[in-house]
Design a protein around this ligand. Sequence first.
Ligand SMILES: [Fe+2]
Length: 266
Amino acid sequence: MLSNQIDICRKAFAEYVERKLHSAGKMQDNSFIIENMLLKLHHSMRVCGIAKRISNQETFSDNDKKVSYLCALFHDIGRFDQFIKFKTFLDSKSVNHAEFGYEILVNSDVLEGVDTEIRRIVVNCTRLHNRQNIPDETDPQLRRFVNITRDADKIDILELFCNYHLSRAKIKNEALELDLPDTSGFNSEIVDLIYEKKTISNSLRKNYNDMKLIHLAWVFDLNYRESFRTIKRRRTIERFSEFLPRDTKIAEVITFVHEYVSLKTD
Ligand SMILES: [Fe+2]
């Protein structure tokens, strides 16, 4: 794969987002929409950086490093139109943003400059990146790229929420509250599933604490050693735990998650 394909794709992605920002600018409530589209733009760029780091540390060929980068760049392309049309990031109240992104990639010319096989990987990676479980029939080549995209995506969302929890007393973004009440307590079913090292369905979250616990459980879905190292380096679990209820059950489950991450970085 030629380096200029990356440049062409970056340009196509930037132009796509620019067009979406332009249409958002003409809408009512446009500052809320633009703020959240920029949030997804910046997220996408950071996911590219994280995927790049993981692919550099793992045994990826130069070509595969470039493919990883493209998968990261386009994985959330569905988020822009999703927010314009529905003003929410909640797939359950709008569209599945991954399927939506797949349709955008297939029906637009943003991947025009890319080889057919790489295009197949990027579009399918976008389609599969948010699945709770990757389908068994996914071929190993594609699965590798889905895994790296999912890792980089999760790492950045965890970071984004760590920072958001810190600042939300002062500045709230309703789009990141996901319509969840900020009540005390938590769903202990989620804690039980964490001990099973399972990724947990969003349908179990009843309040804002549940969302944080489900985010913690994402570490069980990380694939690459560099991903665990990043979580450790950033002290993500420790920082996250600051925002969870002071409760023995919670303290114990945080220790469990923390030990799992440490084990994976040895
Ligand atoms: Fe994402």
